[in-house]
Ligand binder design. Structure first.
Ligand code: SAM
Length: 286
């Protein structure tokens, strides 16, 4: 009887595929920090009633729910969902007019508008550079601070228009792409929660269990690689606290299932352009 975890259940595409592929006794535990995603996942999985449970939870808090050493396989499909991008009111899309929100968990208090209107110019520049890789971060932050003295930033299109005025266009990528990514990462503390979540989920796996992680940008990929490299270098995850810590051990506790990250083939990118930057890494607990 396999017990599987989807820590980013979203619209439940992966969760449904896991349930369809596993034996009738297989169980799926799913979580998402987004309440809308949780409702959508429960309804999509209705045909598997009795075999799954889905909760609204940040994957870094899974230790409150599941026992350590109880899971055979886990998946994280990081970042924003297509549903979140396509609903203007969520504020993730630089092409749809909506409030500058970007909270994945609607119970959180700080929105992208709060960051854009309240951070100092150097804090904004650091955020755009570190989380978005934006090389013109300083100039953009200065222009943003000058503009907000006249009127507060409220909407996605207002911010996208500023980026279009200040940043040069590179190919087909919209100049605001990097700063939208940076703000989303900051609002949701995505990298901090990822570091914690990887340690928590690793502690939930049984020996022989596997963790598959799909990343969509270099900062996420860097955190996943660093996590894996430490485990491959004689560190393990131990501890009774909510977020277990790295401890040095005598032997490695992890092996990479594929030596290199897997990337989508051309036909998949044509069918699903949002998959173009995806990288899949799989680790096995020894
Ligand atoms: C790319 S989508 C997942 C799509 C899903 N695999 C499917 O098949 O439909 C990412 C989802 O992860 C959720 N998410 C991102 N970070 C999270 C975290 N730290 N804890 C829980 N959910 C998270 C987002 O709210 C979003 O719904």
């Amino acid at each position: 009887m396999g017990r599987y975890l989807d820590g980013t259940v979203g619209g439940a595409g992966h969760a449904a595929a896991i349930l369809a592929a596993s034996a009738p006794s297989g169980r799926l535990f799913g979580c998402d920090q987004d309440g809308e995603a949780v409702r959508a996942a429960r309804s999509r999985l209705a045909e598997y009633s009795g075999r799954f449970e889905v909760r609204q939870l940040n994957f870094a808090e899974l230790g409150d729910w599941l026992d350590s050493g109880s899971i055979d396989g886990a998946v994280l499909d990081l970042g924003v969902s297509s549903h979140q991008l396509d609903v203007a009111e969520r504020g993730f899309s630089l092409r749809l007019d909506g409030p500058l929100d970007m909270r994945m968990d609607e119970r959180m208090s700080r929105t992208a508008a709060d960051l854009v209107n309240e951070l100092e110019a150097d804090e904004l520049a650091k955020l755009f550079f570190e989380f978005g890789g934006e090389s013109r971060a300083r100039g953009l932050a200065r222009a943003l601070v000058a503009e907000r003295r006249m009127s507060r930033f409220q909407s996605t299109l207002q911010l996208a228009a500023l980026a279009e005025r200040v940043l040069p266009r590179r190919g087909r990528i919209h100049p605001a792409t990097r700063i939208f990514q940076a703000l989303r990462i900051a609002v949701n503390d995505e990298l901090g929660r990822l570091d914690e979540g990887l340690r928590v989920i690793w502690s939930l796996l049984k020996p022989g269990g596997r963790l598959a992680v799909i990343t969509f940008h270099s900062a996420e990929a860097k955190h996943v690689k660093e996590f894996g490299h430490r485990l491959a270098l004689n560190y393990s995850i131990r501890g009774d606290s909510d977020i277990p810590e790295f401890r040095e051990t005598k032997r490695a506790e992890m092996k990479w299932v594929e030596r290199r990250a897997l990337q989508p083939q051309r036909d998949e990118v044509l069918r699903n352009p949002r998959s173009r930057s995806a990288q899949l890494r799989v680790m096995e607990k020894l």
